[in-house]
Design a protein around this ligand. Sequence first.
Ligand code: UDX
Ligand code: UDX
Length: 440
Amino acid sequence: MGAGGTEIAIAGAGYVGLTSAVCFCEMGHRVRLVDVDPQRVAMIRQGQCPIYEPGLPELLNKHRNDRLQVTDRLAEAVKGASALFVCVGTPASASGAPDLSALRRLLRELKALPDLNQTVLVLKSTVPPGTNRMAYDSLRGTMPVVSNPEFLREGTAVHDFFHPDRVVVGSPDEGAALLVAGLYKGVDAPLLVTGWEEAELIKYATNGFLALKISYANEIAALCDALGADALDVLKGLGLDHRVGSQFLRPGPGYGGSCLPKDTRALIWKGRRAGVRLDLLPAAQRANLRQRERLLEALSKLLGGLAGKQVAVWGLAFKAGTDDLRTAASLEMIPWMLKQGASVRTYDPAAQEAFARHFPPEKWPGLTLSPDQWSALEGADGLLILTEWETFRTATPLAIRRKMAGRVVLDARNILDPEAARAAGLQYRGVGRGRRAPLR
Ligand code: UDX
Ligand code: UDX
């Protein structure tokens, strides 16, 4: 084991836990990573990454069997650790309330362990306000508890770990908060030390605002399509206002992923529980669903109905750079097209296998998972682009035209050039491209 640094335990080897583990090793700490899934533990021990995250395999192989140890036993992971980071899944339940069963199971296991008062419990998983306080009380004050929310984006999680906009630590126990903050020494970012609920709410308030911003961009784009204006210029002009900022104003098929949808639902649920009526976040959710309906209506109109038509879909993941399908537009839009009688051929560089688990082709006769983007396009009446993978961005409109039987291209990520598409004889539509390619 490499010398120096702090002994850290991490529970939950998912996008957040595994990324945090190898990044803490890279910063000179020693990490014991525990997960309940023995297959996942075995995979990681052999240096295989259970998730698609650029930069993760390299760091995993650099630190495994040295600074990084992996186990399926919590007692082994926590022994002698200065901090135990909780990164277990906290997915949304039907009511919108985050499912904390994994956290509660962990707390029960912790209670059975001896002398934990030398270890700080750090909740990194996204948990509703009040959860850190609940954890502290359920452990009867035997462990200090610190909230340390993560702001990692999938596809750039390793980069985001080393270059966060801020490090947030929340706890009434200043010493414990500063111990956790100290683990990020070497990360050049503002540090905000605050209370439990404040730290928990910073995470939700951030993701809720990002959801609002994307839905706002999508509605401005819809208006631009109706008025013949180019939304990319309108949103660029909006983003140049330093009070707004240019990030998260790209129109698209509506936000997906594991966090924005889950966290907006959780914040609405928490508001209801607290007796506070929230109007903006439900509107952002409705706008998100409406965006997908808008795209399906436009595609159906452009093709003169979907029954009997062959549609190629480029991109399944909720965004480029990940294999994650959670709340992806493809999961809603493809079954709808199949039910309308279309046959659909899909391609995605990373999420194809995961998609096949959701929609086994044997159960969906009209669905074909193609081995590459061009065979997906063969003889298609229309092409729908849902994820902004580089391999789609660099496809030339002429090559697209030659492969297709029809001419309709609905580019939900605005990655192709409207003029070049039209010059190639394509009936091109973007999202918010106005008179150049109205989504009408
Ligand atoms: C998780 C939370 O879901 C999210 O709300 C938070 O913002 C970040 O951490 P993620 O890392 O994507 O997100 O979780 P996931 O990819 O589902 O991985 C969770 C891991 O925890 C899985 O490997 C699972 O096996 C493990 N786990 C689950 C435990 O180790 N113990 C349990 O009791 C349950
Ligand atoms: C998000 C937050 O960015 C991150 O800080 C938090 O910790 C976890 O949730 P992530 O879910 O990985 O990260 O994806 P993100 O990059 O935020 O994109 C979310 C969704 O919004 C994707 O479907 C993406 O395609 C979409 N999006 C994003 C847009 O449609 N337009 C944009 O301008 C930006």
